[in-house]
Design a protein around this ligand. Structure first.
Ligand code: SF4
Length: 403
């Protein structure tokens, strides 16, 4: 959006390899994998948690050096944020920018800045953007910080990705929509994007092709609701891929909605090269769940259709929510059993209490920590599991999964 409005931009993604001389863990066959990490002293609030605390991504010195080498220096710096409980990383980024260019304004946006905006306001930044930059008030505030009257929003504001800024992606990403029409009580999708909105298939194809030309052969859909209104985005997009005869593998790490997996849909996805499948089962207690996205019949039908379409069982996993407030162990065990009955892999998705989600107040009631401190929203500490995380409990659940 800034480029289309006439700005020159430079991107520094601290989770991108960027420099070939920095050692990075070897990626897995589909391009995904681990990040380099350094252990850090735990924040005092987490001192009692029996886990390591680490910073992931590029070494600090490489980031510092890159910032210092930017010529000319920037007029403004935008920092994004992801998980709320990763805000100490945001503070480190702010410090690095401030020490490099003490007088350059800093704008903070992203997920943490949106969900915990009051907390974020206390950091050393000049503007906190709550919600998407293309929201009228955010767009105006951003430009006014530069003493420039806001230009009109560019076409497709908020919907195009500047993926050309990545020189050699190991894998590509595809985003055909933002938001999700469901309102699951444990999820923040609606807080981040209030409306479900789809992109033009032609635009997404161009983004995909740009990454393909740079060598990416594995592509992950990042959509929250990929299978909704497929006639508008997914089918025409896959048609474009097929016309161009691109030999790529597709993956859905963000779970797909099982209820939409008719045999016809599964066959189309198979033909298009879908390889890794993740499904949002969440719970097998269909009468008593925190969402309305799946019934027992839809689950059975969806799985049957996927298998009938010829997908390999080893490439299919179903997510099961773990650690919800008031959740009984039996519920999780039942879901694991139901998934294994089909010969596919259960994968536990550890619950994070997300401010603004419907379940947050119940989580506050059951969590021993004050959840308005984002550090305690960390799913690695199992904040709503009685007694919290322990290695013994983790071992036990691994054994339950193995069966
Ligand atoms: S959990 Fe999935 S289905 Fe539910 S609101 Fe979030 S993105 Fe949508």
């Amino acid at each position: 959006m800034l480029r289309k409005s006439g700005a020159r931009v430079a991107l520094l993604d601290c989770l991108d390899k960027t420099w070939s001389d920095i050692k990075w863990p070897v990626p897995k066959p589909y391009g995904h994998g681990h990040y380099p990490k350094v252990h850090l002293p735990k924040p005092s609030l987490l001192a009692h948690v029996p886990r390591n605390y680490s910073r992931y991504g590029l070494p600090l010195q490489a980031v510092r050096h890159a910032l210092r080498s930017l010529n000319p220096p920037p007029d403004i710096v935008l920092i994004t944020s992801i998980m709320t409980y990763w805000y100490p990383g945001v503070i480190t980024a702010i410090r690095l920018v401030r020490e490099t260019w003490p007088h350059v304004p800093i704008v903070l946006g992203g997920i943490y800045a949106t969900l915990c905006s009051t907390h974020a306001q206390k950091l050393d930044v000049d503007l906190v953007i709550k919600g998407p930059l293309e929201n009228k008030s955010n767009w105006g505030a951003f430009w006014r910080l530069l003493d420039i009257s806001p230009p009109p929003l560019p076409e497709n504001a908020g919907l195009s990705l500047a993926l050309d800024l990545y020189p050699e992606p190991d894998f590509g990403i595809i985003l055909g929509s933002r938001g999700c029409p469901f309102h699951c009580a444990y999820c923040a999708s609606n807080k981040l994007f209030t409306k479900f909105c789809q992109k033009l298939p032609e635009d997404v194809f161009t983004e995909t092709y740009t990454q393909y030309q740079k060598g990416a052969r594995d592509f992950a859909f990042y959509d929250d609701a990929l299978l909704i209104k497929p006639e508008k985005f997914l089918w025409p997009f896959l048609e474009l891929l097929s016309k161009k005869n691109l030999r790529i593998r597709l993956h859905t790490p963000n779970a797909m909605h099982i209820r939409y997996l008719s045999l016809d849909v599964c066959l189309k996805l198979k033909k298009a090269g879908l390889t890794t499948i993740r499904l949002g089962l969440e719970s097998a207690d269909f009468q008593n769940r925190w969402d309305a996205k799946l019934t027992a019949e839809e689950w059975q039908r969806g799985i049957k259709n996927i298998l009938q379409a010829g997908f390999k069982r080893e490439n299919i996993a179903a997510y099961i929510l773990f650690g919800l407030p008031e959740q009984k162990e039996e519920e999780i065990k039942l879901a694991i059993k139901k998934v294994k009955e089909w010969g596919i892999r259960p994968e536990l998705a550890f619950y994070s209490p997300i401010p603004g989600s419907k379940l947050f107040s119940l989580a506050q009631k059951h969590c021993p920590y004050p959840l308005d401190e984002p550090l305690f929203q960390n799913n690695s500490i199992w904040p709503c599991v009685p007694g919290g995380f322990s290695w013994e409990k983790q071992k036990k659940w691994k054994e339950v999964i193995k069966g």
